[in-house]
Write a protein that binds this ligand. Sequence first.
Ligand code: 4NP
Length: 174
Amino acid sequence: MMDLNNSHAKPVRVLFVCLGNICRSPSAEGVFRKLVHEANLAAAFEIDSAGTASYHIGEPADYRAETAAAERGIDISAHRARQVHRKDFDTYDWIIAMDKSNLENLRRMCPQEQQHKLKLIMSFASRHTLDEVPDPYYGDERDFKYMLDLLQDACKGLLDWLVSMHNLQAEAHR
Ligand code: 4NP
């Protein structure tokens, strides 16, 4: 059921998912955290990211993602990669995939009653018409900048949607 007023309700839990959890999803997590912080909504959210693959478990974000994020005032240096667990489908309210392949992998793992939690991140973008965030891993620094352009657009739309969906209200400044 939708919350009528989330100011005293449990946080909205959002998990961003890509393949390796070292490029796109930690970047999406960082972009979304910054938007949430700027909107004075930090207390209303729990945010994390994970990968469908196990290759990079325990590693920090790719240095190119970390550098591109830092250039936009986003610090993802504390990130450590983890894999999606079955428990995540219970824990998180929304599980946001970077591309259709991630979404398909999640759909296969996810219990029927939790399938409604799975979304494609670019479905929330308003300035870009792409439906996936391209994997920048084999690209160069321009690909990482473009990835952030896409994520900043989509995360803004996602936050607006969640604020409306859960009737979230910003904390007053003290
Ligand atoms: P990500 O990018 O899914 O955005 O973290 C990738 C990272 C690593 C690999 C592929 C994509 N890899 O093949 O190791």
